[in-house]
Design a protein. Sequence first.
Lengths: 123, 376
Amino acid sequence: MTDIFYTKDHEWIKVNGDEGVVGITSYASEQLGDIVFVELPEKGNSFDQGKDVAVIESVKAASEIYSPASGEIFETNSSLEEKPEIINEDPLDSGWLYKIIIKNKDELKNLMSEEEYKKLIGA
Amino acid sequence: MSELINENISIEKTSLFDFHNKNNAKIVPFGGYYLPINYPSGIIAEHNHTRLKASLFDVSHMGQIEINGPFVMEAMEKILPISFSKLAPGKIKYTQLLNHEGKIIDDLMIHKTRDDNSVWLVVNAACKQKDINHLRDNLNKKFNINLRNDLSLIALQGPKSEKILVDLIPEIKGMEFMSSSWFRYKNYEILISRCGYTGEDGFEISIPNKHVVTFTEKLLKNNDVKLAGLGARDSLRLEAGLCLYGHDIDIEKNPIEAGLKWSICKDRVDKQDFIGGQAIAGEYKKGPQRNLLGFLPKGRAPAREGTLIYDSSNKLIGEVTSGGFSPSLGVPISMGYIISSFNNKKEVFLDVRGKKIPADIIKLPFVPHNYFKRKK
């Protein structure tokens, strides 16, 4: 079974067992506008929760992505290298950024539920 | 302690503010005004539509200044590095207000009107007040400096602009590029200038505030016109290699190093008879210490303003002043200054988040200008 959590910085993480898939929300993708470049982390590197892990660049500006969970990156979405606009088209699914082995599932308590996130963005 | 500056920041709305909201614009504060950064179609679509057909931009934040008085052109020549006698009535010239060190206070368009006692200026929004102060300090009190807040300014830009505007004002057909004229439309007067800041053919239209919404809606009835915001305006001018004040040019830079030598009248430099003339003549003689150039970074990562530029031996040689993604070319592009002793090399390295990205040096613009040329 997959759970989904959100950060106040508009990232989502879908959790299945010890694995998580990370992306940005539709709200974030709309705010950023046309995405033209994504800098993804290296496979095998580890990040702490809340640390900057990737960069998404729209026509307007560069935005840091903060990891919703601590752990080791085991896969990145290589299709974004050539087609970063996939994030605009499908932010919640094929526009995912990276997959991570979650080090400490207790940390997920720091994140928001879908309901809480919707309240945050006023949806 | 009179040094304290009371910064009373208030953000103004243009006469098209409600119209922008009605068209679901994303509004941001810019140069003291609330303006659309883009509409729902997004910056890239708006950019491409401008190059392909035509877009309408609200540029009412720009300062439209009318200066009146006998021998106003002679008086303005003491301030600006241009020569009115070489300009036909009705022509527009791009120029800069300079300080005594030859540094740029603002860049602007000046119109030689058909009235000998009047000139018309279009200046940057954020510079309005300091420009007016500079003009007051350097012009005789007999001249009347009038900031025309009663007028809005809209820019119609793109290859289809003439075809679109002709439907409303047939007399604009065949107007020369960089020229302006007043036209009567319905029961009011509008100033139409064939110019712009996108690298495309186009018109800037000064129109009374109370008529601007109706006029804009009329233009938009033509399916070839779409609305575009500041985002597209910025990517268009960057592709066209045009300087943006506060970024590529500012009070620390002179027009020679900024590649604006073409806009300065050589006779005036020889005579050194304008504000900053001596400094500019010196710069002419010894050559600039740095130059504004274009860069094409390898890969897809944009190298934005503030990115440091290195040579192959890791020596710091300059800095990016404007950078982003070029929708027309589909690659990142940057503009910036590098020391002139480096000019003969072809490649530099741009430090993007600690990675040194190789970039080719190119001659501006990135995308060729497509200005209107009258058939002889």
